[in-house]
Unconditional design. Structure first.
Length: 739
C-alpha cells in the first residue's frame, strides 16, 4: 500500500467516528424528600448501585459517610431533560425508616427535595464489547498527562512519532535479557497499534506501525494524539466488557471521576498500562502495589511530585472501595424491553455505536425486591423435586403513569436467557374475567344482577364444551359481583354468552389487548395466550380507572454530547366511563377480602385490588393486582407447559403478596364519580334492605340503574319502597322503647 493510501486511511478513521460507543442505560434518578418511606439500609443499596463510595471525610462527588441513621454525602452532577443538575453537599437524617430531614452541609438550610444522579444499569454493545467514557482535551487532569509521559514516553513532545533512541535502548536490553522485556514504542506508536492495527508480531506490521505513527504526527497535534490515547488505552476486563480509557477505568476501579482521583490512584492506572491483567488491583494487588510505587518513584525523580506527596501516596492502600458491580448488563430482562421499545425509533447501529444516553423508568429498589421475592418464593413453593423446574416472571409498574419500574424474566436472575416477562405467551385463565364483567356493566348489568352458575354445554371450535368451576360445584343463583369475586366459571360463561362474544373481545382490546384470532366460547375463560407484559398492559387500564396508558420503559434519550433527542411523555386516552370502572374496581377489591385473593396476608392493612388466574390442569398460575401507587403482575409455570400443581391463589398470589408487602405500597383510593350511589343489599334476595340485616352488604350503583328494569326483569324501585317502609317501622319501634 502506498504512503498516500495509508495517509488517507488514517485521516478517514481519525476524523470520523473514532469509536463505536455503546448506548449507556440508566435507571430512574432517586428523588428524595422529607417524609419519603425509605430505610437507611435500602438507601445504602441505592448508593452502591450508583457507584457511590464510603469515605471517612467526604470531599468529592460520589462519596458518602454514615453514622447510624445520619448520612453526609456529595451528589454527582448529571444532565437531565430539564438541564444540568449540579453536585450538592447534603446531610440526610432518617427517622423510623423515613427521611426526616435534608439539609445543605454548606449553608445548613433545609432542602425540600434532592435528585441524585441515576445508576448506570447497562449498555448496548456491538459485537466487540468495548466500553469507554470519552474525554475532551480540557477534561484531562494535568497530573495524568505528566505521569503518563514520565512513565511511557518522556520525549513525547519532542519526537515526531517514533523514538530512535528508545528503540535502540529497548533492542539492547532485550538482547541482554534473551527475551522481550522492554518496549521502545512511543505513545503515538501505542495508539497506532491499538487503534489501527492488529496484534500480530511481524516486521511488516512493525514497519507499517512506524509509517502510520509518523503520518499521524504529521496530520494531528500532540494534544489530539494524547487525548485519543487516553480515551483508547485498554485497562482491564469486566466480564465480557473491555475497559478502555482512563475515564472509565477511574469509575470502574475507584468509583470516582478522573478529576477526583488522588495522586496514588492516578499512578495505579498509569502503572496498569504496562499490563492491565498482571497489574490489576482487584486480582493481583501485590503486583499492582509494587508497580504503583514504581510509578510514584519515577514521578518523584522527575519532580512531578515532591517528597511529602510521594511519601503520603506510597502509604495509601491501592483502593478504598469494593469492586464496582458491572454496569454492562445488570438487569438483562428490563434492558431487553428498553431495547425493543427504542428500536421503534432508533436504528440498532445508533444504539450500539452512537454513544446515546438513555434514562429509563427502572426503580432499582423495586427491581431488587421483585428479583429477590420471585426467587425466594418460588423456591419455598417448589420444595419437592416434581416442581423444581417451575419458572416465573414479575412486572411492576406505576399505577397512574404506566412506567415499568421492574421487570424480571426468570427466577434465576443471573442467567441471561429466555425472557419470560416478554416472550412467554401462555393462556391467561381467569385474568380475562374483568373484561367479561366490564362488558356486562356496559350492557346495563349492575353488581346485584343475578347470574346462573349452573352447567352449560356449548359448541367450541367444532367440539362439545362443558366448562366446570374450579371446585367442581354449581353455585346456582349468584350476584354479579360475587361471581367475579369468587371467579365462578359457569356464571362467567353464561354472562359472556348473554352479552355476546364480540362485545367481550371489543372490551378486551379496548383494555389494551390486540386479539385478532377466531372467537370461541372458551375465550371467556382465558384460553387466549398473552405474555406477562401484555397482561400488564391490560390491567394498567383497569388500575388507572379506564384510562389507557401505553407502558413505558424510557423517560428520555440524549446524544453523546448531552443534547436531548427524545422525551417520552405520558400519553393518556380515556376508554371507559369512570362509573363503570369504579364498580369494577370495587369488585376487584372484594376479590382480596372475600374472593379468590383472600389468602393474601395483608400486614399493612392497605386497600388492594386484584385477580387470580389459573389454567387447565394447573399449568399456569397468574395474579394481577394493584395498590394506590403500583400494579404488579406475576406468572408462574413450566417452560415445557407441564402442570406445576399451583393455582393462581396458591402460587402467583404468594409471590405478588411478598413483593407488594416488601415495597410498603400505598392504599388504593379510587375517586368516586358523582353518579355513584351506595345501597345496602340483602346477600340472598339481592334486594335493598336495612342496616340491621346481618346478611347484607353495601354496594355501589350508577345513579339511574336504581330505576328501570335490570337484566333479570326486576326493579330496585320496588325494593326501595320496601326499604323506606321498613325504616319507618324500625324508627317507630325505637321511639316506643324510648318512651
Amino acid at each position: 500500500m502506498q504512503i498516500t493510501e495509508i495517509s488517507e486511511e488514517i485521516r478517514t478513521k481519525f476524523d470520523g467516528k473514532r469509536w463505536a460507543l455503546p448506548a449507556q442505560v440508566y435507571a430512574r434518578p432517586l428523588e428524595i424528600y422529607s417524609g419519603l418511606y425509605l430505610s437507611p439500609d435500602k438507601f445504602v443499596k441505592e448508593l452502591e448501585l450508583s457507584g457511590y463510595r464510603v469515605e471517612t471525610d467526604v470531599k468529592t462527588p460520589g462519596g458518602y459517610s454514615r453514622t447510624g441513621n445520619s448520612f453526609r454525602l456529595i451528589t454527582r452532577p448529571f444532565t437531565f431533560p430539564g438541564g444540568e443538575e449540579p453536585a450538592k453537599a447534603i446531610q440526610i437524617q432518617f427517622v423510623d425508616n423515613q427521611i426526616g430531614s435534608i439539609s445543605s452541609t454548606i449553608s445548613s438550610e433545609n432542602l425540600p427535595f434532592v435528585r441524585f444522579d441515576p445508576a448506570r444499569i447497562g449498555s448496548f454493545h456491538p459485537l466487540i464489547h468495548e466500553d469507554r467514557v470519552i474525554l475532551q482535551q480540557d477534561q484531562i487532569p494535568e497530573m495524568l498527562k505528566l505521569a503518563l509521559m514520565a512513565v511511557e514516553d518522556k520525549k513525547f513532545y519532542s519526537h515526531h512519532g517514533i523514538s530512535i533512541s528508545g528503540i535502540a535502548r529497548a533492542f539492547i536490553v532485550n538482547i541482554k535479557a534473551g527475551k522481550t522485556v522492554q518496549g521502545g514504542s512511543t505513545l503515538t506508536q501505542q495508539l497506532v497499534k491499538n487503534f489501527f492495527l492488529n496484534r500480530e508480531r511481524t516486521l511488516s506490521r512493525k514497519f507499517r506501525e512506524v509509517i502510520m505513527a509518523l503520518l499521524l504526527e504529521y496530520h494531528y497535534s500532540k494534544e489530539e494524539i494524547l487525548t485519543a490515547y487516553i480515551n483508547e488505552v485498554f485497562l482491564g476486563q469486566d466480564g465480557r466488557r473491555a475497559i478502555h480509557g482512563f475515564a472509565l477505568a477511574s469509575q470502574y476501579y475507584f468509583r470516582r471521576d478522573l478529576e477526583d482521583l488522588s495522586i496514588a490512584q492516578i499512578a495505579t492506572l498509569v502503572g496498569m498500562v504496562k499490563g492491565p491483567s498482571y497489574y490489576n488491583p482487584l486480582r493481583n494487588p501485590e503486583n499492582c502495589l509494587a508497580r504503583r510505587n514504581n510509578v510514584l518513584a519515577i514521578m518523584f525523580a522527575d519532580d512531578i511530585i515532591d517528597e511529602a506527596t510521594y511519601n503520603r501516596a506510597t502509604s495509601q492502600p491501592i483502593t478504598d472501595v469494593a469492586p464496582l458491580k458491572s454496569g454492562f448488563n445488570r438487569f438483562p430482562a428490563f434492558l431487553e424491553l428498553v431495547k425493543r421499545q427504542l428500536t421503534k425509533e432508533y436504528r440498532e447501529e445508533d444504539l450500539k455505536t452512537g454513544g446515546l444516553k438513555i434514562l429509563t423508568t427502572l426503580d432499582p429498589h423495586v427491581q431488587l425486591i421483585a428479583e429477590e421475592q420471585l426467587s425466594r418464593t418460588v423456591e419455598a413453593l417448589t420444595g419437592n423435586e416434581s416442581r423444581a423446574e417451575v419458572e416465573g416472571a414479575v412486572i411492576v409498574t406505576g399505577r397512574e403513569n404506566g412506567e415499568v419500574q421492574a421487570l424480571v424474566g426468570s427466577k434465576n436472575i443471573r442467567v441471561h436467557g429466555f425472557n419470560r416477562a416478554l416472550d412467554a405467551h401462555r393462556p391467561i385463565g381467569s385474568l380475562i374475567k374483568p373484561a367479561v364483567y366490564l362488558a356486562g356493566l356496559a350492557n346495563g348489568y349492575t353488581l346485584t344482577t343475578p347470574l346462573n352458575d349452573v352447567g352449560i354445554s356449548l359448541e367450541n371450535d367444532g367440539k362439545n364444551w362443558q366448562p366446570k368451576n374450579y371446585d367442581n360445584v354449581e353455585h346456582g343463583r349468584v350476584a354479579f359481583y360475587r361471581a367475579l369475586a369468587k371467579s365462578y366459571n359457569l356464571a362467567t360463561v353464561r354472562l359472556g354468552m348473554q352479552i355476546g362474544l364480540e362485545d367481550v373481545v371489543e372490551t378486551l382490546n379496548s383494555l389494551g389487548a390486540s386479539y385478532t384470532g377466531r372467537i370461541y366460547p372458551s375465550l371467556l375463560l382465558g384460553s387466549l395466550n398473552m405474555s406477562p407484559l401484555e397482561v400488564t398492559q391490560l390491567y394498567q387500564t383497569i388500575a388507572s380507572g379506564g384510562f389507557y396508558l401505553p407502558l413505558r420503559s424510557i423517560q428520555s434519550v440524549f446524544d453523546n454530547k448531552g443534547k436531548l433527542l427524545t422525551r417520552y411523555g405520558l400519553k393518556v386516552e380515556q376508554r371507559f366511563p369512570a362509573e363503570q370502572m369504579y364498580l369494577l374496581n370495587h369488585v376487584l377489591q372484594r376479590v382480596m377480602t372475600e374472593g379468590t385473593g383472600d389468602k393474601f396476608v395483608n400486614p399493612q392493612q392497605v386497600t388492594l385490588a386484584g385477580k387470580t388466574g389459573t389454567t387447565n390442569d394447573l399449568r399456569d398460575s397468574w395474579f394481577a393486582g394493584y395498590s394506590g401507587d403500583r400494579l404488579a403482575v406475576v406468572w408462574l409455570g413450566n417452560d415445557d407447559n407441564e402442570s406445576i400443581a399451583l393455582s393462581g391463589s396458591s402460587g402467583a398470589l404468594h409471590v405478588w403478596g411478598r413483593v407488594m408487602n416488601t415495597m410498603h405500597v400505598q392504599p388504593l383510593r379510587v375517586p368516586e364519580p358523582e353518579q355513584i350511589v351506595w345501597r345496602r343489599i340483602d346477600v340472598d334476595t339481592l334486594r335493598p334492605t336495612h342496616i340491621f340485616n346481618r346478611n347484607s352488604t353495601v354496594l355501589p350503583f350508577i345513579e339511574g340503574s336504581l330505576s328501570g328494569n335490570r337484566p333479570d326483569g326486576s326493579s330496585l324501585d320496588r325494593g326501595l319502597e320496601g326499604l323506606e317502609n321498613t325504616a319507618r317501622e324500625v324508627l317507630d319501634s325505637i321511639d316506643d322503647l324510648m318512651r
